[in-house]
Design a protein around this ligand. Structure first.
Ligand SMILES: Cc1ncc(COP(=O)(O)O)c(C=O)c1O
Length: 374
């Protein structure tokens, strides 16, 4: 079976680096906020191109901490005020939307651009009203949102921009790295991500010293001194051990992202003319890092079943858009029809695209898709 992601194979590939990193951590035993956490923060900040990077326990927490810090910066209050609206996409993982709720604001869902699956910047502009405080663009599947228009809308209306970079480590938009364009970026190191740990982990990037200080406090109970805190914080530190593993894996991220782009290009070349299949947009300027390679098919379930019969895994990200989830009922606002998000949710299918796929495996995936659509 060709899996979506073979983490054992990836571990074997970088075993000596990872084992060395773990054994160094075993040597010093500084498990909480050990030296690897700071080193990873410095290296991620340098990679993304921001002044600060603050490690935390997950990508979800990265969004929550950043939002809480943004709320505090706006008004000096711990949470957003009831009725404060944050515009985002419904075609994302639930964490994007529930982070907004956790920070006390109301998610406003606007539709996506069907070509990229990312939030439509023209609809973002239309959705802004007197209650809007910020925008969370999600760089879905490893592709940057159209940031120029989003940043322009935000600047004109005095809104913050928090980038959800969970799926897009290393991606960029016209030379600007994802996570460095907005007021802050939230990264996830969930094991399946382009840069994934051996457990949960996350990071916030920002150029704003006020946000950096607040996120740092919030991740450790809400104070500079955890025995005398000022804010209602969390225990959301990035584990030393995860940081050590991520440092080892960071050495491979650029080469791995290049492999993903190459595999995507091969898939698209082979699948572009296949009837009933829409291939994803190419890597504009080589900046799409293909966390997922996602095709569209009106007969998705049938295709997925046929792929399985031929030993090829596939996954649907995401079959239920956020505005259809019960958790958001009555505490979000829908702006427009969201028809493209609904259609995408019914048609998307992601194929295996891990960097260590062999040419034979890529050939099997392509052959299976072609056979599955006959
Ligand atoms: C778009 C998006 N946002 C946020 C998250 C949350 O990250 P985590 O699972 O690390 O909490 C994820 C991933 O799971 C994601 O894909």
């Amino acid at each position: 079976m060709i899996q979506m992601l073979d983490l054992k194979r990836e571990y074997e590939y970088m075993k000596s680096d990872v084992d060395r990193a773990i054994s160094e951590a075993l040597g010093h035993q500084a498990w909480i906020m050990g030296p690897e956490v700071k080193k990873l923060e410095e290296r991620v900040a340098a990679h993304v191109g921001t002044k600060f990077a603050i490690g935390c326990a997950s990508g979800t927490d990265a969004l929550v901490l950043a939002l809480r810090a943004l709320a505090f910066k706006r008004t000096g209050q711990e949470y957003f005020a009831p009725g404060d609206e944050i515009i985002t996409t419904p075609f994302t993982f639930t964490a994007t939307g529930d982070a907004i709720l956790r920070a006390g604001a109301t998610p406003v869902f606007v539709d996506i651009d069907p070509a990229t699956f990312n939030i439509d910047p023209a609809l973002v502009r239309q959705a802004v009203n007197g209650r809007t405080v910020g925008i969370i663009p999600v760089h879905l599947y490893g592709q940057a949102c159209a940031m120029d228009e989003i940043l322009d809308t935000a600047a004109k209306a005095g809104l913050f921009v928090l980038e959800d970079v969970a799926q897009a480590f290393g991606a960029a938009d016209r030379g600007r790295k994802c996570g460095a364009m907005g007021d802050a970026g939230g990264f996830s190191f969930f094991p399946s991500k382009n840069l994934g740990g051996f457990g949960d982990g996350g990071m916030i990037t920002t150029n704003d010293p006020e946000l950096a200080v607040m996120c740092d406090m919030l991740r450790k109970h809400g104070g500079k001194d955890k025995y005398n805190v000022e804010h209602l914080g969390y225990n959301s530190r990035l584990d030393t051990l995860q940081a050590a593993i991520l440092l080892a894996k960071l050495n491979h991220i650029d080469a791995f992202n290049e492999r993903r782009k190459m595999i995507a290009a091969e898939y698209s070349l082979a699948l572009a003319g296949v009837p009933g299949v829409v291939v994803p947009p190419p890597s504009r300027n080589g900046e799409h890092v293909f966390h997922q390679y996602t095709i569209r098919s009106a007969k998705r379930e049938d295709l997925a079943a046929k792929l399985k019969q031929r030993g090829v895994a596939s996954m649907v990200y995401y079959s239920v858009p956020l505005h259809r989830m019960r958790v958001f009922a009555g505490r979000s606002r829908i702006d427009g029809a969201l028809a493209e998000s609904e259609l995408a949710a019914a048609e998307v299918l992601s194929l295996p695209i891990e960097p260590l796929l062999t040419p034979e495996e890529m050939g099997m995936v392509i052959a299976a898709v072609k056979a599955g659509t006959e």
